[in-house]
Structures are given as structure tokens and as C-alpha cells.
Ligand binder design. Structure first.
Ligand code: BEZ
Length: 224
């Protein structure tokens, strides 16, 4: 995924959205305690996108509980988005699309946000957005990115899971292992010595016994 990626600062773009104009840096920085998720879609009135935007609406309360705000993007213009929202809400059992959806008819935005699908063009030969998703901190830096092709809809449980992982890792000196879900043990960061770990994790920790005899794989429990 060349271009904008983890650790980079989001460009300060002016966006036309279904909620009016917004300035990207202000929007992201206003959510001072948590993340903004910016997620792109190839186009309005397309099948997978209709299910994805509806599922985001269905999960909006779960993101709000975590302090996360949402910003969708689809290539077509704002008027088209407003018409399309009626379909999204009808198909997705009335879940309201309360988050803004940005427009990008000239593809100016997707190029700067590294959301272009290298393999897809629309009927007029223009580049289209991939299913890209950036999780951005209030410091305007990208914390995590996904890039899916148009044929693969995203799993919103996975988006929630990575938000939970990012939030836990920001609170404690831990990381989350493969297939982790909230409530499972976490691993202690390799930068924490065993001496420090005893103080940081008074609940204790277990060290995996490995052929190398190195003690780097240490599991502990933190509150869900
Ligand atoms: C879809 O949303 O279903 C879709 C959009 C563009 C290309 C392929 C699928």
C-alpha cells in the first residue's frame, strides 16, 4: 500500500459531505479522546457498498461507546449519496446513516488518502476507490489501515476488534496476540523488563516456555 500509511499525518483536505463541508484536520482533532474511522467505497448504488454502509450504521452505537466517529467516502457526488442513503436505510432494516459520507467525483480525495483501487475503473474510465479504511488519532496520524478490493466486503466485527486492540495498547504497555478478542489474555510489550512487569501488572503474568529459553512471550489479563 504505497502512499499514506501508518504513522503518516492525514492531509488537511476540505471535503463535501452529506453533512456539509468539513475540514479534515478539524473533524479528526475535535474527537480529542479517540479515533476517527475513514472508510471508502467504490461507488453509490452498488451491492457490496450498500451492505457495508448499512452495517456501519448498525454498528454506529458500538463505535460511539468507544468514542469513535465515522466518516464514509464514496466516489459519487453528495446529491447521489443522499438518494442512495434511502436505499441503504431501507435495505438495512431502518438503521439510520447518521455519519457523514464524503463525495469525490474528481477523485482528488482518494488519491491523497491512498484509497485508489489500482485494478478498478468506472464506466467512464476514471479510477475508483478501493475498500480502504484508515483509523486516525486526534493527533491526525494514521494508526491502522485496511485495503480490500471491491469484491470483498469488510467485517465490522474486525473493525471493532482492532479499535479495541488499539485502545488497550494505548492504555497499557501491551499488545494483542493472534485472534485476540476483548477479555482474552494480552501479551506484555517486549520493551517492558520482567522487573517492570511485576509492578505494572500486579495481577501477575505467565511466561511461555520456549525452546530458545528466551522469556519474551508473557501473557497477562487486563480488564475487558
Ligand atoms: C459493490 O459494491 O458491490 C461493487 C462495487 C464496485 C465493483 C464491484 C462491486
Amino acid at each position: 500500500m504505497p502512499g499514506l500509511t501508518i504513522g503518516d499525518t492525514l492531509p488537511d483536505l476540505e471535503l463535501e459531505t452529506t453533512h456539509g463541508k468539513l475540514q479534515l484536520h478539524d473533524f479528526v482533532a475535535n474527537n480529542s479522546n479517540s479515533f476517527t474511522i475513514i472508510f471508502s467505497h467504490p461507488g453509490d448504488f452498488t451491492p457490496v457498498c450498500t451492505t457495508e454502509l448499512g452495517m456501519m450504521a448498525a454498528y454506529a452505537d458500538k463505535f460511539a461507546e468507544r468514542g469513535v466517529q465515522l466518516l464514509g467516502l464514496s466516489a459519487d457526488d453528495v446529491q447521489s449519496h443522499k438518494e442512495w442513503i434511502k436505499d441503504i436505510e431501507a435495505y438495512n432494516k431502518g438503521h439510520r446513516v447518521n455519519y457523514p459520507i464524503a463525495a469525490d467525483p474528481t477523485r482528488r480525495i482518494i488519491k491523497q488518502l491512498n484509497m485508489v483501487d489500482p485494478d478498478e475503473k468506472d464506466s467512464s474510465g476514471q479510477q475508483t476507490p478501493s475498500r480502504a479504511l484508515h483509523i486516525v488519532g486526534a493527533d491526525k496520524k494514521i494508526k491502522l489501515s485496511f485495503l480490500y478490493p471491491a469484491s470483498t466486503g469488510r467485517n465490522m466485527d474486525e473493525v471493532l476488534r482492532v479499535v479495541d486492540s488499539l485502545q488497550k495498547a494505548a492504555q497499557h504497555k501491551i499488545a494483542t496476540p493472534a485472534n485476540w478478542k476483548p477479555g482474552d489474555p494480552v501479551v506484555i510489550s517486549p520493551t517492558v523488563t520482567n522487573q517492570e512487569a511485576k509492578h505494572m501488572f500486579p495481577q501477575g503474568y505467565q511466561t511461555a516456555q520456549l525452546p530458545s529459553n528466551k522469556d519474551y512471550l508473557r501473557f497477562t489479563n487486563i480488564s475487558p
